[in-house]
Design a binder for this molecule. Structure first.
Ligand SMILES: [Zn+2]
Length: 297
């Protein structure tokens, strides 16, 4: 029995998992501005709630940031740097705790799931769209981590030259143009009330401004996806995260891809919407735990 936590910039979802099945789950608002001790308190409450004092084998935590497995080295949207989260959890629950980047967990979940249907699947990129953008890269069936576990920080690829400053310290990063914040700011700029990205999406059919903003968002998502595909030429790119619920974006992304990706790959790379939805990250954590920890023991 495992506890898997998806610690996101906006929401945190804690799940109890047994043999790849989610048995119990709770979601809370992360509110990173309230600081580490607040997040820890809420995190512990959620772990206690889902585990109901049952014996658990490990606590697995996916974070929107770079981690070495034990510490969060840098999480731009959570405001964490060198946060030794795993040892705190291990001291409290007396079980091993592992951290993983959330987009890595997402990509691995999609990879394991899709490979059940297609055993020739070897190379996949998973992209999560939400408060920020993450990417996980599976090469030859193995999660690619890169130097300092920093591979897949695709949200910080430079895709424009408007000199917009990003929280990472650089300018014009992909996630400034293709995250929930982009949709919210652009809609506000068109003279409307402040709405969430979800609410703007709900207005797609009835509001010209909402359509305009969502179309621009889809185009900006497409630019980054083409860049990733041109570098990695994966068999599949899976798009997930909260904003992948905007169904209107998939047709324009596919069209843009067929016209702009490198000619030798533009017809063959499959671009799919996540089929695992909001539970992908929790499932990915449990698959990684078995494939990379239990099997190697
Ligand atoms: Zn950045």
């Amino acid at each position: 029995m495992l506890v898997a936590v998806d610690l996101g910039g906006t929401k945190t979802r804690t799940s109890l998992i047994d043999k790849g099945r989610i048995l119990r789950q709770i979601t809370f608002l992360t509110e990173p501005q309230k600081g580490r001790s607040y997040i820890l308190k809420e995190l512990f409450k959620s772990i206690d709630y889902v585990s109901e004092s049952k014996k658990i084998d490990a606590v697995l935590i996916a974070v929107a940031g770079v981690t070495d497995g034990k510490s969060i080295l840098r999480a731009v949207n959570l405001g964490f740097e060198n946060f030794k989260l795993a040892s705190i959890v291990e001291r409290k629950y007396k079980v091993p705790c592992f951290l993983e980047n959330d987009a890595n967990a997402f990509a691995y979940a999609e990879f394991v799931n899709l490979r059940k249907k297609d055993s020739s699947l070897q190379n996949l990129v998973g992209v999560t769209l939400g408060t920020g953008i993450g990417a996980g890269i599976v090469i030859n069936g193995v999660l690619y981590k890169g130097l300092s576990n920093s591979a897949g920080e695709a949200g910080h690829m430079t895709i424009d030259s408007q000199h917009r400053k990003c929280k990472c310290g650089n300018f014009d990063c992909w996630e400034l143009y293709a995250s929930s914040g982009f949709i919210e700011k652009q809609y506000l700029k068109l003279g409307h009330h402040k709405l969430t990205a979800e609410e703007v999406n709900d207005l797609y059919k009835v509001d010209k401004s909402a359509r305009k903003v969502i179309s621009q968002f889809a185009k900006n998502v497409s630019v980054g996806i083409v860049n990733l595909a041109n570098v990695l030429a994966p068999q599949v790119i899976v798009v997930g995260g909260g904003l992948s619920n905007i169904d209107y974006i998939f047709k324009p992304i596919s069209e843009y891809f067929r016209n702009h990706a490198f000619p030798t790959i533009r017809k063959d790379v499959k671009i799919l919407k996540s089929s695992l939805g909001r539970n992908a990250i929790a499932l990915g954590l449990s698959y990684l735990y078995y494939d990379y920890f239990v099997k190697k023991k």
